[in-house]
Structures are given as C-alpha cells and as structure tokens.
Design a protein around this ligand. Sequence first.
Ligand code: FES
Ligand code: MG
Length: 571
Amino acid sequence: MSTGLRKGLTSYGDAGFSLFLRKAFIKAAGYSDDALDRPIVGITDTSSDYNPCHGNVPTLIEAAMRGVMLAGGLPMVFPTISIHESFAHPTSMFLRNLMAMDTEEMIRAQPMDAVIVIGGCDKNLPAQIMAAASADRPTIVIPTGPMVVGHHRGEVLGACTDCRRLWSSHRAGEIDEAEIEVVNGRLAPSVGTCMVMGTASTMACITEAMGLALPMSGTIPAPHAERVRLAEASGRRAAEMAVSGGPRPSELLTPGAFRNALTVLQAIGGSTNGLIHLTAIANRTPHRIDLDAFDRLGRQVPVLIDLKPSGQHYMEHFHHAGGMPQLMKRLGDLIDLDQPTVAGGTLRDVVGQAEDVPGQTVIRSAEDPIKPVGAMAILRGNLAPRGAVIKHSAASPALLQHEGRAVVFTSIPDMAARVDDPDLDVTPDDILVLQNAGPKGAPGMPEAGYLPIPKKILATGVKDMVRISDARMSGTAFGTIVLHVTPESADGGPLGLVRTGDRIRLDTPGRRIDLLVDEAELERRRAEQGSGATPATPDWAARGYARLYHDTVLQADEGCDFAFMRRPDQA
Ligand code: FES
Ligand code: MG
C-alpha cells in the first residue's frame, strides 16, 4: 500500500489533524478524495523562459502525467531551479549545487512516493541526480533530449562545436559579419540540448547507462514524438515504482553502475565535465570515483561513437544507429550487464533489445573504433599534484607530447585584455597558461579552459596550441587542452607559481604534466606570493550563497560539491 499524502506528514502530536489539514489545503486546488488516495508521483518542472534547452518540458510533463494516471497514480508537478549555460552568471557550475540542494529538499519535504526529474542542459541532470541520490526516493529521470541539427550552405551544423569553429573562422577573417549573423540563426534550430557530445549529451547517455532512465532516453531528439511517448512510459513506470517502493537510487548507484558510467564516458568521447559530475554524484553515495582507475579504463576502452567534437556526426545520428543499447552491446564485456535499471530488469535486458541497424557507421565496433583507446586521460606531475584531465580524443596528436615556453595570463580579464594584442610575445610552440579560473578563483570554474588562440597565431593558419588551466572546458570544444588542474591556483596550487618564460612539459602517453623549474625557485615564489597575502574572503563572496560557495566548495578531483553535502562517511 502506498503512503500517498501521508508521506512525510508533519505531526506536532496529532497526526490525524495534520493529515486533515493537509487534505483541506490540497482540496483548495479541486482534488477529489479518490485522487488523493492514490500513490503520488512528484514531477519536477524545470521549464523557464531562460532555458531553451528545456523548451519541451511542458510537453514532457503532460505526457508523464498521462502515464502516471494511466497506471493509477496521482501526478503532482512542482517547480525547481532551472539552469541554462548561457544565462547563469557567473557560471552554471556556480549554481549546480544550489539546484541540487533545492531539488533534494523539495523531494524530501513534499509528500511523494516516487519522483520524476526532467532536465537536460549541462548542469541540470547532474544536480538532479545528486539530489535523487541523497533523497533516495524511487526516481526516474527524463532527459529533455538533444536538438535536431542545423544546415548552412550544404553543411550540417551543431551547437556548439560549430559555434566555436565558425566563430574562429570569423575571427580569422574567413567569414564576414553578414554570414556569421545568418549562421547564428542556424546553430540551434530547435528546443533541446546541444546535439554534439557535449556535457548535456554526455550526462544523458551516462544517466541511461546507470539505469536511472528508460532505454533510448539519452538520444531521442527533443522535438520527436518518440520522446513524448518515452515521457508517458516513464510516468507509467514511476507510478509502478511508487507502489513497489523501488528501485531506489541507492539500489541503482552501485560500484558496477559507476564503472559502467566511466566506461561509457570514455567510449562516447564524452565531456570532461562528466568526470566532475560523476565524482559529485558518487560522493552522495557510499562509493567513490577513482581518477586513476578511470585512467586505466581509458587504456582499455576504445572510443566507438563517431560524434563531434571527437568525430563527425550528431546525436540524432547516434539515436538512429541504435543509441545507448547498441553502444553497450558493442562494448561487450567492458559493461557489467547485471546492473539493474528503472525499467525493471537489468542492462542485459536492455542490450538484448538493442536494434541492429544495417550499414550504420556512427556506433563502431571494437575492431573498427574511432580511437583504439578512451577519450580522456588523467595527468599528474608537479604542476597538478592532485590531477588534471586531457580529452586527447579531441586534441591534435602532434601536440600530445610537447615541451614549450609558458605564456601566462593571471586571470580571465588579463587573458581577454592581452590575448589578441599584436605585441603579445607568443609563438605557436608556446604553451598558454591561464591562472585563477578554478572553482574558487573565477569563481565557479568557468569553461574558460578553451583559451582562444591569439589572433596573430590564427592568422598564420595555426588552429591549436597546448593550453593549460584550472578551468573547465565545454564538452563541445576541440584542442590540446589540459583542464581541472588541481589544486587550483587560487587555492595555493602550483599552477599559480608559473611565470611567462618557464618551460612546461606535457607528456600525455606518460600521463605527466610538469613545470620544469627547480623546487628551490618554486619555494622562493611561494614565499613571495604568501607575503602578498590574498584576502581570506574576496569581495564577491562577502555574503549569501556566494559566501557558502566560497567557504565550502571542493576541488575538481572531489566533484566541486559543497563539503557538507557529501555523505558523512565520504567527508
Ligand atoms: Fe543547454 Fe548546450 S546550452 S545543453
Ligand atoms: Mg556545455
């Protein structure tokens, strides 16, 4: 028997009166006793005029409600925060934990036997899954789904790998003002999330692989009827889960599920941000993400998906080629098929239903991979004692082993002011270094790791240089870019000690990133910096949420969650 309205009843001594009061108020909205007697499925509403990636949320909610009611449950829709990448100042990452807290507490506070979370734009699914893991009610995730592709002059376009590429061409003078304006209207031609393998697609695929969403939910295009039917089916399943009481996130988020997620992250050429989010999710459970184990997986797992930015195609092509079930089938023994899913069975059932699409070339076989090894590697060295990440599948092979002279920008404003200066002393062999762009430094660890190539270098036809920072990078970007250098420079990390003219060596096959300056000199610089003493609380963190963020945000290797949000046994 489900608990329905009785769930989470506040009782100050008279439970009967509390329920009486609760019913009296909800009846103000016109509910009947018959409706209120049913198992309740909460549904998050993350629609927002500021979030076009969630533009189909009202339709998905309507379909999910229909599914819940067809299965005999009562759907109750409630709002939470919604975060869009382009409309979140200072960064969307700054707000992810706020959304996770909001969602967790609203699930906990209100009476519901199961919950459906609907989200898509980069930070939303991670925040919602962090919340679900902590609240631990039976949960089903409905991703909003990827946009369909755009077209320009016979070329297929996608947000936002092509945004960057075409903007670079515009900066280099190859595309004029009028054409770039036309392109601007064609890069994001529908509601839904970026349709390359960026963070949103990465998290949607991982969510499906972890069994938190129904099969094919990661890839169905946002505007397709199939996604609406998926939402209806998710509603039905949620109503069943409301009655049976499971599976709960704690039953799904097992060590095997996290390993599957990391395997998929490598095999899809996923976003580096996925690693931070998975770490944060794991820290809400008794399990952990081990960066070195992730690196070892990367040496075993081939990249099988031919999607931008590592390959050629877009999410709708991945979907029509068979989606995640086909990918997991092709990964064979690398996936633990005994993991349970919200669909009711295990991944073995999901893979058993995978569609074999004749002639498709988007999902490769292990014998004919896009890259024989995974998308990402973890680097360590005196420049990144707690690690850094490189997405080598989207890098220039010739630069993966490179020694060069550092050209240092001390902050994002400093970079913006000088990077295109014709007098900037820089050559294509140099290494661009950006400091103070980490979780605390910027703040909010912006996607500034994709440092622009200086205009004068671009003009010579050079499109890539080694770039190093404590920032993140959009999953849609391409280049030889070392990210998430930990500890960050604003937290005393050695990245803050680099000076223009120092030599740096990147050795991706050897998994090293080293500053070739002797320890005595680094010690001298450290002492010098210490005497300049940065204030304990910078101006931006004087009060409110910013203060909470500044005082408690963890470093990238710990998922950038707030320290006190981890399970106590993870602290
Ligand atoms: Fe929302 Fe790319 S901006 S997914
Ligand atoms: Mg993104």
